[in-house]
Design a protein around this ligand. Structure first.
Ligand code: ATP
Ligand code: MG
Length: 334
């Protein structure tokens, strides 16, 4: 029997190159050989966008279109909508008894995200909601509702998968060996940095290049990317390791060109403007086939809706079966 893969994405914006190189490349590699569920996590997106449901609604279709444009084959991957699977919400309630509030408050991903969302949750996170604090529990339910074994995510998700593993162990120790402990799978580029040099490119961080960005937008973003601050003049030698332009060259350019860029940069034989122009050209070349596929789905929105409906139907069947097993183990299958 094929192993099950579960992964997800929050519909809070379009797919960016952090997703593409940090997670999507694994999805593309794995889609042939696994029973693959890809969740559009609208319920999770509402935990920090509850005051803006229209944004989430719009982005469900945007992100599904991006996923299809990136080459995910809907005949191989069940793309589904989280809010249409009530079993996930039900399992979240059962799991919420198996995790302490203190443990959630210590979760490093949750801590980082609370600090980034001062406007919503206050300076010290004093206005944090029950829902946001608990989203790792709901994410554990996302995984377990589909019996997920392998979780292809970016490195920022590690603490959330660890939280899920703890909940699974706790469940098994109380109700008997029932659930599998999921494992993370990373791409070679497990965390893609932002244009501003931030450790993570993220939708809510305003530092992303999106797959839908047109040539002008890419031009503006790359021109504003962080380079070595010690390089003042065109022919100053510089350190490519602290330069976002070199960093993205390594994603979209070939190895020989990257080696040349690195050597020239270190010697002061390459200006930043020339280097950025070359990156813009390469980036546009790289994204062109994705954009072609996207255009097809933009022109066929009914096909996107059908893919989402069918994926959700298949996912629901799986979740219903899994919940039966879980309720039986918990002796609440009245
Ligand atoms: P948000 O800011 O709304 O949280 P995000 O950009 O972090 O958005 P998510 O929808 O939270 O995107 O993440 C979807 C998947 O993409 C996760 O597996 C996450 O680890 C991965 N991912 C997101 N950003 C990066 C990145 N910069 N590098 C590698 N993987 C990433
Ligand atoms: Mg995120």
């Amino acid at each position: 029997m094929k192993k099950t893969i579960l992964t997800g994405i929050r519909p809070t914006g379009n797919l960016h190159i952090g997703h593409y190189f940090g997670a999507c490349q694994n999805w593309l590699r794995l889609q042939d050989d696994y029973d693959f569920y890809l969740e559009i996590a609208d319920v999770q997106a509402l935990t920090d966008n509850f005051n803006n449901p229209e944004k989430v609604r719009k982005n469900i279709y945007e992100i599904t279109t991006d996923i299809l444009a990136s080459g995910i084959d809907p005949n191989k991957v069940h793309i589904f909508l989280q809010s249409k699977i009530p079993e996930i919400a039900e399992l979240t309630v059962f799991f919420s008894n198996l995790v302490t509030v203190a443990r959630l408050q210590r979760n490093p991903t949750v801590k980082t995200e609370i600090a980034q969302k001062k406007e919503l949750f206050g300076n010290d996170g004093e206005s944090i909601t029950y829902g946001f604090l608990g989203y790792p529990v709901s994410q554990a339910a996302d995984i377990v509702a589909f019996d997920g074994e392998l979780i292809p995510v970016g490195e920022d998700q590690t603490p959330l998968i660890e939280q899920c593993r703890e909940i699974v162990r706790k469940f098994n120790s109380i109700y008997g060996e029932t659930l599998k402990e999921p494992e993370c799978m990373f791409t070679k580029n497990k965390r893609i940095k932002g244009l501003d040099g931030n450790d993570k490119m993220g939708k809510s961080l305003g530092n992303a290049i999106y797959l839908v960005d047109d040539e002008n937008t890419i031009n503006t973003k790359v021109m504003g990317a962080i380079t070595d601050p010690n390089k003042i003049k065109k022919d100053d030698p510089a350190n490519p390791d602290v330069c976002m332009v070199y960093y993205y060259h390594q994603l979209v350019n070939d190895e020989a060109s990257c080696n040349t860029i690195c050597e020239e940069c270190k010697k002061g034989a390459r200006g930043c403007v020339q280097c950025k122009r070359e990156l813009i050209t390469k980036m546009n070349e790289y994204l062109s086939s994705i954009k072609d596929r996207r255009r097809y789905y933009e022109e066929h929105p009914e096909e996107v809706q059908r893919i989402l409906d069918e994926g959700t139907k298949m996912a629901r069947e799986k979740a219903i079966e899994q919940l039966k097993k879980i309720k039986h183990a918990m002796k609440i299958d009245y």
